[in-house]
Design a binder for this molecule. Structure first.
Ligand code: MBD
Ligand code: FE
Length: 285
């Protein structure tokens, strides 16, 4: 980040993530019965009570918890905290048995309606965007084995400094975000850059918990995708790079072996880059 530019802060990223969550997802409702609400709420509380008893939690610890919960809300870090520490289990119980490609968590930094791009696409990026050029190539098919013409691939990632557009200052809107339409034979070729490993913001309450517990804040480098087409189950996933030091200890517990890319050196736009192949299979509904 050049000198003199605003530094990303947990509060700014959190406020944006909270605003996006409210606009895009918060109104959906659940349709859950009172019995289901009661059972889930009771069991969550019982698990909290059991933990307090097991560890003889002190009043100072109880008040530290209250203060932490208040500041997670005030800084807007609830989307971050929940997606890092809880979403992976929601994803698992909903999608572990689903046929087709492996999914994983969405995380807090998706933005809908990124610019639409053709099947052979270069994501919006700055002049001289930092990082190794990367081409992701593959085909989208259904679990019936048929290619899906015009399937939609939404892709987003951090830049080579680990920052997401719309959540860090001084980045153009939709930088490294796109909505790609697959070709009539389901094929796509997306030119982006290899993202950096990502550290969740450390200057807010999530960072404070990580420090207090002696954990680390890293996610391995990853590309996010949502792949969808009418008549098929939408896939939310991420793709990772072999050898990343945090593939084995992702703070968000979202890495799965099926999501490893196999990037190979390749010419990209006449320069040295990487090419990775990944095919997506969507559940035919
Ligand atoms: C991310 O980039 C991310 O993907 C998740 C799941 C949580 C925090 C930051
Ligand atoms: Fe991410």
């Amino acid at each position: 980040m050049p000198d003199g530019e605003a530094l990303p802060t947990a509060a700014a990223a959190g406020a944006n993530a909270t605003a996006h969550f409210r606009a895009d997802k918060a109104a959906a409702g659940t349709g859950a019965s009172p019995e289901r609400v009661s059972a889930i709420a009771k069991e969550v509380l019982a698990a909290v009570h059991a933990t307090i008893r097991k560890h003889n939690v002190t009043y100072d610890e109880y008040n530290a918890l209250k203060a932490w919960l208040i500041s997670v809300g005030e800084t807007g870090e609830w989307p971050l905290a929940l997606d890092v520490w809880v979403e992976h289990v929601v994803e698992e119980v909903n999608y572990a048995q689903r046929p087709g490609s492996t999914g994983t968590i969405e995380g807090p930094f998706y933005i809908p309606n990124a610019p639409t791009l053709p099947s052979d696409a270069k994501l919006p990026m700055r002049e001289g965007e930092k990082g190794t050029p990367l081409v992701l190539k593959g085909t989208v098919t259904g679990t019936d084995g048929k290619p899906i013409p015009g399937a939609t691939l939404e892709i987003w990632s951090a830049d080579a400094d680990g920052y997401y557009s719309s959540f860090a200052p001084s980045m153009p809107e939709f930088n490294l975000r796109g909505t790609v339409s697959a070709a009539p034979d389901g094929a796509f070729r997306i030119h982006t850059i290899r993202p950096a490993p990502y550290q969740i913001p450390t200057d807010g309450p999530c960072g404070a918990l990580i420090r207090a517990a002696g954990w680390h804040a890293w996610r391995p480098a990853h590309l996010h995708l949502k792949v969808h087409a009418p008549g098929y189950g939408a896939l939310t996933t991420q793709l990772y790079f072999p050898g990343d030091p945090h593939n084995g200890d992702d703070v968000a517990s979202a890495v799965k072996p099926a999501l490893m890319l196999d990037p190979k050196p390749a010419k990209v736009d006449g320069g040295e880059g990487l090419e990775a192949l990944y095919d997506f299979v969507l559940q035919k509904l």
